[in-house]
Write a protein that binds this ligand. Sequence first.
Ligand code: ATP
Ligand code: ATP
Ligand code: MG
Ligand code: MG
Ligand code: MG
Ligand code: MG
Ligand code: MG
Length: 279
Amino acid sequence: STTHKIPRFEYVKNFEQPDVLLPNTWIVVRIDGRGFHKLSDHYGFVKPNDRRALDLMNAAAVEVMKELPDLCIAYGVSDEFSFVFHPNCQLFERRNGKLVTTIVSTFTAYYIYKWSEFFPETPLKPPYLPSFDGRAVIYPNAHILRDYMSWRQVDCHINNLYNTTFWHMVLKGGMGNTEAELELKGTVAADKNEILFKRFGVNYNNELEIYKKGTVLYRQYELEEPQATKALEDQQPEGKQSRSQQDKVRKLRRKAQVTVDHVDIIKDDFWERRPWILS
Ligand code: ATP
Ligand code: ATP
Ligand code: MG
Ligand code: MG
Ligand code: MG
Ligand code: MG
Ligand code: MG
């Protein structure tokens, strides 16, 4: 910050608009790769699913989770990631712009830093440099937050079934892009499963879970540590939580391992087995 404050100019600060997000709500920051269709072509991503690119997205997201202990879960698919802040998060006084830009730039920094680890043969070169956009949306309760997560995972499934079928028709079936697109127009899931099975001997169920389900990141606490469960259970709604309680929870979150999983997050099972995620 500047030490010489010049009153004559300071009034310009008043032009800043407040952008504090509603208290006590779940904050989801979703980021998405800009122009990744073109970028993926340029760097030769395998179609429809380049495993290296997904692993790089996940590696960058894990670092974001580690740097921001207020995050309780994240879900990623393709070139997007959704990061979820707990309702009692007070980071940057819940200012929208601060939260979104910090997530986007931290994620982008790690994505670029780790690129060569996942693509050692294809160095990044301008003008094809990865960048991401981001937005924050608030959700009033855990039920609607779960519907949001379900929405992203359903999207993953629908897109992956379409893309898997499309690229089989093009790469293995020798069809043109337009031809394959036309045939797939108006088809339902069962039709696509049948095309895959009858023409290409592919059972969609046997595709990799990471492609079908996307990636969920959450913290794995050492649950044998009784103080971990206790501190998490003792959490009070935002405002009612003491500073020392907040610090304790943050410390625990920082220490916890970030788990990378490719599982169903639509059904209750995932959440019932891990009650601490939304607690
Ligand atoms: P915050 O996360 O709240 O922005 P901050 O530590 O980044 O905290 P700023 O008010 O943004 O605080 O100030 C940036 C600080 O970074 C400066 O006070 C200075 O200490 C340091 N800094 C930035 N650029 C330079 C530079 N070119 N040379 C030396 N120091 C620098
Ligand atoms: P926008 O800037 O509007 O987001 P976009 O080109 O990034 O445009 P998206 O709808 O975000 O469009 O789609 C991302 C595209 O990136 C996918 O359609 C796909 O072509 C490509 N892509 C992303 N991840 C992978 C991957 N792991 N393997 C192969 N292709 C990928
Ligand atoms: Mg500064
Ligand atoms: Mg600064
Ligand atoms: Mg976009
Ligand atoms: Mg994109
Ligand atoms: Mg996208």
